[in-house]
Design a protein around this ligand. Sequence first.
Ligand code: ATP
Length: 283
Amino acid sequence: MSRIEVKDVSKSFKDTQALSCVNLCFEENTIYGLLGRNGAGKSTLLNIINNRLFADSGRVTLDNKSLTENTDALSSCFLANESNLYPEGMKVSQALKWSQEFYPDFDREYAKKLCESFKLPVKKKIKDLSTGYRSIFQNIVALSVNVPFVFLDEPVLGLDACHRDLFYRTLIEKYSEQPFTIVISTHLIEEAANLIEHVVIIKNGEIIRNEPLDTLLDSGYCISGPGAKIDAYMEGKEVIGVDTLGGLKTAYVMGAPASQLPSGTEVSKMDLQKLFIRLTDGA
Ligand SMILES: Nc1ncnc2c1ncn2[C@@H]1O[C@H](COP(=O)(O)OP(=O)(O)OP(=O)(O)O)[C@@H](O)[C@H]1O
C-alpha cells in the first residue's frame, strides 16, 4: 500500500505560523477533503507536499522516500493550483502536448475529450483564459496525468454551477474506473461532501480533525419534526444550528440521539458544513 506521510511539518512566514507540527497520512485510492477557513494553511501544506515550498522542519515521504530529495517519488504526485507551471504565452493544445513529456502516463486523448466536454478553447493562450477556464484547464491536466496522488487546491474556483457539476461527475467517473488518491481543498463543503471519503480539517495551521467522513458525521445528528416538539427536545442539548421550513424544524445536535425520540420526529445524518462551522469558528 502506497502512502504519503507528513511528519512534524512546520512552516512560518515572518511572524505568521502557517503550519505547526503537522502530522498526517494520505493513503492510496482515497478521496480526501482538506478543509479549513481562509488562511488556515491548506495551500501551504499542499505546496510543501509537492515540493513547491520548503518546510522549516519536518519531512514529507512517499513510501518512506523523501519527496524533497527524490524526483522519482515526486513524479507520483501532481498539484493543480492557481499557479500556472506552463509558459503563459503557450496555447492550451501545446500545453497538453507538453504534459506528455513530463508525465509519461498522461492520457492526451482523454484530455482532449474533457476539453470538448468543458468547451475549453484549446487554441487560446493560457494567459487569455478566463478565471473559470484556467481552473478547468488545470483540472483537465490533473485528471489526465494518471499519477497515484493528485492534489487539487480549490479546483472549482470560478467555475459556474454547470461546470462544477460536470467536474464532480467527471472526477467520480474517473475515480471509479481507475482509483487514485485525490486531495481536494475547497470551501464549497456542501458540494464536496458528496465526494469526500476522509476529512482533514486544519485550523490555524494545526490539524484538528483527521477521520473518515462517516466517523466525523457520527459526532452529531439532525433531528426534524414539528417545531414545538423539536424546541422541547433541544433543551439541555448542544445544538449547533437550526433550520425552519414552515412548521417543520431541523436541529443539528452534537452527541448521540436520545433513546426515546418524540413521536413524529426523524433522525438523520449530521451536515458536514454545519459541523465544519462549529469546529472552526473563532468562538
Ligand atoms: N508567501 C507568503 N508570505 C507571507 N505569508 C504567507 C505566504 N503564504 C502564506 N502565507 C500566510 O500563511 C497563512 C496560511 O496561508 P495559506 O495560503 O496556506 O492558507 P489557506 O488555508 O490556503 O487559505 P485560503 O483558503 O484563504 O486560500 C496565512 O496567514 C497566509 O497569509
